[in-house]
Design a protein around this ligand. Structure first.
Ligand code: DQA
Length: 144
């Protein structure tokens, strides 16, 4: 069975208490349960504040042939190292869906730039936890 890596960057471990007006009141564990409940595919949901660890998980996706749903969080806006690692995933022919809980384009100007989007397969943003659910539906459709 295919395992989808659902990778989350810095500060997303604080979901539930972090700016609930922006990110909602659900925790990462709530998100994991919601995604697992949507069936079919195995979900491996992880979170780190460490850029190097996030990059190593993208290498793992390449090595295991796993599709990726990635919320790079603040790394979205400036991490060229993460971008280069994300490019390895899509260049390997694997899906990488960039997701955001909020709509960064409706927020501060520094959030309007994503250095990841150009190397992602596509981007889903602004739908709360449903951004991940939509990404998962897309992965299911694409995997046939
Ligand atoms: C975020 C948006 C980013 O701008 C922010 O730094 C985050 C979360 C989102 O999911 O809406 O940490 O990626």
């Amino acid at each position: 069975m295919t395992t989808v890596l659902v990778l989350n960057g810095p500060n997303l471990g604080r979901l539930g208490s972090r700016e609930p007006d922006v990110y909602g009141s659900g925790t990462l564990d709530d998100l994991r349960l919601q995604l697992e409940a949507s069936g079919d595919l195995a979900i491996d949901l992880r979170q780190t504040n460490d850029e190097a660890e996030l990059i190593s998980w993208l290498y793992e996706a390449v090595d295991t042939g796993s599709p990726v749903i990635l919320n790079p969080a603040a790394f979205t806006h400036y991490s060229y190292a993460l971008r280069d690692a994300a490019a390895l995933v899509t260049k390997a022919g694997l899906l990488l869906v960039e997701v955001h809980i909020s709509n960064p384009h409706a927020r501060e100007e520094f959030r309007h730039t994503s250095v990841i989007s150009a190397v992602a397969t596509g981007v889903i943003a602004g739908f709360g936890f449903d951004s991940y659910w939509l990404a998962l539906e897309l992965v299911k459709r694409r995997l046939g």
